[in-house]
Design a protein around this ligand. Structure first.
Ligand SMILES: NC(=O)c1ccc[n+]([C@@H]2O[C@H](COP(=O)([O-])OP(=O)(O)OC[C@H]3O[C@@H](n4cnc5c(N)ncnc54)[C@H](OP(=O)(O)O)[C@@H]3O)[C@@H](O)[C@H]2O)c1
Length: 326
């Protein structure tokens, strides 16, 4: 990497606006000479991804399908999943694009989906936890867990555990989590992770769930090191997706044309899934624009991130999900 590229990257990182908008990805892409992902082949790889029916996940699924991968989308809406897969098969010419139905907050549905996936795919090369939403109204999962944390922390934790046999069989394999730069605002606090009806706020619940995701990524990475299963978190910056239009309309209007395209937002996710360089030499990191980024920008959140709190988070996830890794 040139010193100019390093300097520009450091300057961008100082300003969130520069780093997270399309300014950041455009400058880094040019100065760091990102290798093109088009033309890569994944014909021998199976990719399982939640949230492939919209936004970043749809763009990533499109890339995987056109690279020839076998793509399995985990989707909550059967009709939408059917239409998405048909469109992806048509546009990519790849027939191996299909789906299983599950809301990622519904643990029983995830158990059924995982059993189905394991039956059909003894080896899974890439598992991507992408499904996510910022909901203003508090809802609970069928198991009674607040839905933000159920669908973005507990469900993905369970699914990772259930699919381990197939991930081990495909090693070196990868588990990728789509987190958010919003997590920088929240400390790690297990007691405050699941918000009650009295104190629920969608933005805070979302940021806490995303903080928990990056911590779990570090913990899973250590546990799966010997199996050569590489675990990464990433964030897409700010991308113009249906999810942002629905949940953050004012933000979308303000940032306007500086938002990234969904394709741009999904770049690092696709890179982590297909590149056999850096993504297979390190594990447990948090990426933006193909570079590992710090987990903390504030001293207050850094102080909260103790070994004891991490251990508590792991125990909490085990208890809530009912899954205990061997
Ligand atoms: N766009 C950004 O700027 C941005 C920034 C930071 C992080 N992210 C993260 O990026 C990921 C993708 O977001 P996006 O912007 O692409 O949003 P999006 O356009 O709303 O797409 C979200 C996808 O997740 C699915 N999904 C949501 N909740 C689900 C659940 N409980 N069970 C199953 N599927 C579920 C949606 O399914 P349906 O099609 O059925 O709705 C959809 O396929 C999320 O994790 C989000 O937090 C996005």
């Amino acid at each position: 990497m040139s010193s100019l590229a390093d300097g520009v990257d450091a300057a961008l990182e100082l300003s969130i606006f520069g780093s997270f908008t399309r300014v950041g990805s455009a400058l880094r892409r040019k100065l760091e000479h990102w290798t093109a992902l088009e033309g890569r082949t994944m014909t021998d790889r199976v990719v399982v991804m939640s949230g492939g029916t919209s936004g970043l996940g749809l763009e990533a699924a499109r890339s995987f399908a056109s690279m020839g991968a076998t793509v399995e989308i985990i989707a909550r809406n059967e009709a939408k999943a059917e239409a998405t897969c048909a469109e992806l098969r048509r546009s990519s010419g790849n027939e191996r694009v299909s789906f299983v139905v599950a809301d990622t907050g519904d643990l029983a549905a995830l158990r059924r989906a995982a059993a189905d996936l394991l039956r059909r795919h003894p080896a899974i090369h890439v598992l991507i936890h992408n499904a996510g939403a910022l909901d203003d109204a508090r809802q609970t999962s069928p198991e009674g867990i607040e839905l933000t944390v159920a669908s973005q922390v507990v469900g993905p934790f369970l699914l990772t555990g259930l699919l381990l046999p197939a991930l081990k069989a495909a090693a070196p394999s990868r588990v990728l989590w789509v987190s958010s730069g919003g997590m920088y605002s929240e400390p790690l606090s297990v007691d405050r992770l699941e918000m009650s009806a009295d104190d629920y706020d969608g933005t805070t619940a979302y940021a806490r769930a995303k903080r928990a995701q990056v911590t779990l990524v570090e913990l899973w990475a250590k546990k799966l090191e010997a199996d050569r299963i590489f675990v990464h978190a990433m964030h897409p910056g700010w991308a113009d997706t249906p999810g942002v239009a629905r949940s953050l309309p004012t933000f979308r209007r303000l940032v306007g044309p500086l938002l990234r395209t969904p394709r741009d937002g999904a770049d690092t996710l696709v890179w982590l899934a297909v590149d056999d360089g850096a993504p297979l030499t390190q594990s447990g990191l948090f990426w933006l624009d193909r570079r590992a980024r710090p987990l903390h920008r504030l001293s207050s959140t850094r102080r909260s991130d103790t070994p004891e709190e991490r251990e508590r988070l792991w125990r909490w996830a085990v208890e809530k999900s009912g899954y205990s890794p061997a």
